[in-house]
Design a protein around this ligand. Structure first.
Ligand code: NAD
Ligand code: TYD
Length: 357
């Protein structure tokens, strides 16, 4: 199979590419990523000499580039991660979210339909279901779509578009909605890596509101295993929830990180709450478990231990982010290799990427 992975230089996309190379070494992978602030090519460094992986810098909103890639690379299936993914940024500037998450997904769908792609897996989030009260049952796949942040609204719009392509055109889509991920290579703006790095540096840990907002946490390796199961065995046109079966208030996560890093609670700072902050997410993933034989395997306790250790052992990776140096990694290590011929998708990508970042 020839796979196109969009957003493969981001957190979950890169973990997915690594896991696919392990589990399906016969497949070829083309990564399409615009390298926004969240894209980090040094994350993929271990694959830079792998002949079965090709990296193309480009924007999913670039219809000509996407069409050329699907044709020239003989793509069979698409796994679509590329998105603006951080709620706080969506509150500060919603338009980037509309552009990439809605227009970008629509652009990709149109190109994929024209190219008669065999499977289109759209990677979405439990946040499209809205917010739960403490005693509400967990989200099932039939829960109403009630997004409440610009991020989740833009993802909900993309979910609707994806499903409309199945109902209207019979286009072979699959859709997953997953809970909060954590693990290696997560950009340190999200709760867990931010708290880990601040604790390492003895800096304050900013807890929004009363710290009692609840999330379900899944290790990224379990998410990637679920995506693999849906991609290869899922029923076309279906939605599959994926989760870690580990609901915790934020304060429990922060305290666990303080314990794992040997810091005390004096580092906790209660700060002004996020506007419209969703109170609780909880996900019922029994459909994926029963139909696909998938199950999350990493306990939150083990996963947090491993994650803290990963950030401790990979300081060079996150120091490049904190210093901003990772933004020039592409130019220093890859751009010269891509700039090989006019009109090739890679060359096109180099130009279109510039307008997206
Ligand atoms: P991320 O922000 O770490 O990575 C996003 C990647 O997409 C980056 O590499 C970025 O450069 C790329 N990108 C952004 N705009 C692009 C564009 N216009 N064209 C091409 N590439 C572009 O995100 P993540 O946490 O890895 O999330 C990946 C996907 O999974 C997203 O669709 C997100 O909604 C979904 N998801 C995330 C979580 C989570 O907890 N992080 C949970 C459920 C679902
Ligand atoms: P986040 O990692 O941004 O994921 P999401 O908002 O998509 O669930 O945040 C997880 C939870 O942690 C959420 O309830 C907001 C909270 N949070 C803080 O309390 N402090 C922070 O600095 C951040 C980034 C998040």
């Amino acid at each position: 199979m020839n796979l196109l992975v969009t957003g493969g230089a981001g957190f979950i996309g890169a973990n997915f590419v690594y896991s696919q190379r392990q589990q399906h070494p016969q497949d070829r992978i083309v990564i399409l990523d615009a390298l926004t602030y969240a894209g980090n090519l040094s994350t993929l460094d271990a694959l830079s000499t792998d002949p079965a992986v090709r990296f193309v810098r480009g924007d999913i909103c670039d219809a000509a580039l996407v069409a050329a890639l699907l044709r020239d690379e003989h793509i069979d299936a698409i796994v679509h991660f590329a998105a603006e993914s951080h709620v706080d940024r969506s509150i500060l500037g919603p338009m980037d979210f509309v552009r990439t998450n809605v227009v970008g997904t629509a652009t990709l769908l149109e190109a994929a339909r024209a190219a008669k792609i065999a499977r289109f897996l759209h990677v979405s989030t439990d946040e499209v279901y809205g917010s739960l009260e403490p005693n509400d049952p967990a989200f099932s796949e039939t829960h109403p779509i009630q997004p409440r942040s610009p991020y989740s609204a833009s993802k909900a719009a993309s979910d609707h578009l994806v499903l409309s392509y199945f109902h209207t055109y019979g286009f072979p889509v699959l859709l997953t909605r997953c809970s909060n991920n954590y693990g290696p290579y997560q950009f340190p703006e999200k709760l867990i890596p931010l708290m880990v790095l601040n604790a390492f540096a003895n800096q304050p840990l900013p807890v929004y509101g009363d710290g009692m907002n609840v999330r379900d946490w899944i290790h990224v390796s379990d998410h990637c295993a679920g995506l693999d199961a849906v991609l290869r065995r899922g029923r076309i046109g279906e939605v599959y929830n994926l989760g870690g079966m580990a609901e915790r208030p934020n304060l429990d996560i922060v305290r666990a990180i303080l314990a794992l890093t040997g810091r005390d609670e004096s580092l906790i700072r209660y700060v002004t709450d996020r506007p419209g902050h969703d109170r609780r997410y909880a996900i019922d993933c029994s459909k994926a478990m029963n139909e696909l034989g998938w199950t999350p395997r990493v306990s939150l306790e083990q996963g947090l231990r491993d994650t803290v250790r990963w950030y401790r052992e990979n300081e060079a990776w996150w120091q490049r982010i904190r210093s901003g140096e990772y933004r020039t990694w592409f130019e220093r290590n890859y751009a010269a290799r891509l700039d090989t011929g006019s009109g090739s998708p890679a060359a096109t990508a180099k130009h279109s990427g510039a307008s997206c970042a």
